[in-house]
Design a protein around this ligand. Structure first.
Ligand SMILES: Cc1cc2nc3c(=O)[nH]c(=O)nc-3n(C[C@H](O)[C@H](O)[C@H](O)COP(=O)(O)OP(=O)(O)OC[C@H]3O[C@@H](n4cnc5c(N)ncnc54)[C@H](O)[C@@H]3O)c2cc1C
Length: 382
């Protein structure tokens, strides 16, 4: 009989894990309390970025890009991926010095994908950028894709491999089953408890609650990250643009609209399920965009939204085995930059499930890094 894997969370990381586990012989059930891609995975900015990654994430991100380049072959759809490049603009010599030392840091890690460019080259690549900008850090080959389309492609591929998806079903209780596996209770009275040999925590902004229930707390918050969309503008921008010293992600879509984001947080309602925008935060974000692209001052905003994301205290995910339960694997806390990494994390979860050493380094993402900080926090609250 096939080993049974229960995946809590139907976002990108759940879908990626489901695909690879089902392909490797597991009987997979994905349990999603809303619908696939309802939260961060379906509403993000679509940035496919190696640029500016935490050093621990660089090897995974480089491997993920290789998967993005052949996504069509892997899951039957390229997710709309366009390798238009990503570019981080320096507004001062101080910014530029920071970008140069960043490029040197990446070279020291053994990679050469982040390169600084001069003021003149910046003008060539971004003719519309403000005149005070002095240079940039670029990552050719990075780009952007369509989030919901990508999520749907992963979900469908996992289903073709045999995974079963239960949507509108919330995991309400987790118990150990006789024999060392898991038994999950849900809010759907028509369903018997779900039993499995292996549990995968891909619960995004709610993963911390699962960890708490499983008695291995982590330092994580959920945030309502916001995006703004403008009316259509004649094409003026190729790459996705960020700033060296301010929160910004700025890109023009195929239809001419411009998306402005950068990790600015709105509010989550008291039930913890709905993300709401904060107008002051949106205004700050738009002002940053105007500082870099002043010609946008008369362009109208047409809509905005927010999506719930799990953000770790140290800004990098939890990806690895549980420290307490041998048949539990975590993949969550992607801290506003998990879209790109989803192309590789399913392979890592599969390797862990099959008791194989993953080919990529994941020690930095071990949940044990929270042992002391969470113990201290618990002690101070008791
Ligand atoms: C506005 C915004 C912009 C972003 N822009 C980018 C970007 O440009 N580039 C980038 O790389 N990343 C970006 N991100 C981050 C990226 O979207 C996330 O890191 C990634 O989608 C996280 O995927 P996930 O599968 O871990 O979580 P989610 O997509 O949140 O999926 C987790 C799922 O688990 C379900 N769930 C939770 N608890 C339970 C339960 N008890 N029972 C059943 N189901 C449960 C939830 O309903 C949810 O659907 C952005 C995020 C946001 C919000």
């Amino acid at each position: 009989m096939k080993p049974r894997a229960l995946i809590v969370g139907g976002g990108l990381h759940g879908a990626s894990a489901a695909t690879h586990l089902a392909r490797s012989g597991f009987a997979v059930t994905v349990i999603e309390k809303d619908y696939a891609g309802r939260h961060a995975s379906g509403v993000n900015a679509g940035g496919v970025r190696r640029l500016g990654r935490h050093p621990a994430e660089v090897p995974l991100s480089v491997a993920a890009l290789e998967r993005w380049q052949r996504l069509d072959e892997l899951i039957g759809d390229d997710g709309g991926f366009q390798p238009c490049g990503q570019i981080k603009v320096a507004e001062s010599e101080e910014d530029m010095a920071r970008l140069e030392s960043r490029a040197a840091e990446v070279r020291e890690l053994g990679f050469d994908h982040e390169v600084t460019i001069s003021r003149q080259e910046l003008r060539r690549r971004l003719p519309a950028v403000a005149s005070h900008c002095v240079g940039a850090l670029v990552c050719d080959g990075d780009g952007a894709a369509h989030p919901f389309r990508t999520l749907t492609a992963w979900r469908r591929q996992s289903q073709r491999e045999g995974a079963v998806w239960l949507e509108d079903v919330r995991v309400t209780h987790i118990d150990h089953a006789p024999g060392g596996g898991w038994r999950l209770s849900t809010n759907d009275s028509r369903l018997p408890p779900l039993e499995g040999d292996l549990l995968i925590n891909c619960a995004g902004g709610w993963a911390g609650e699962l960890c708490q229930a499983l008695e291995e707390p982590v330092a994580m918050v959920s945030q309502a990250l916001m995006l703004t969309i403008t009316e259509r503008v004649a094409p003026f921008l190729g790459p996705v643009v960020g700033s060296a010293s301010r929160a910004l992600s700025f890109k023009q879509m195929d239809n001419g609209t411009v998306m402005i984001g950068g990790g600015i947080a709105g509010f989550i309602d008291s039930g913890g399920e709905q993300a709401n925008v904060c107008l002051a935060g949106l205004a700050e974000n738009v002002h940053t965009a105007l500082a870099l692209f002043p010609f946008m001052r008369d362009v109208r905003v047409v809509r905005f939204w927010a999506g719930i994301e799990g953000v770790m205290q140290d800004g990098i995910p939890v990806l690895g085995r549980s420290r307490k339960h041998p048949r539990l694997i975590h993949s969550f806390g992607y801290s506003a930059h998990g879209f790109q990494l989803s192309a590789i994390t399913g392979e890592i979860v599969r390797d862990l499930a099959m008791e194989r050493e993953p080919a990529l380094p994941i020690a930095a993402f071990d949940i044990r890094r929270f042992d002391s900080s969470c113990a201290m926090a618990q002690a101070s609250h008791s």
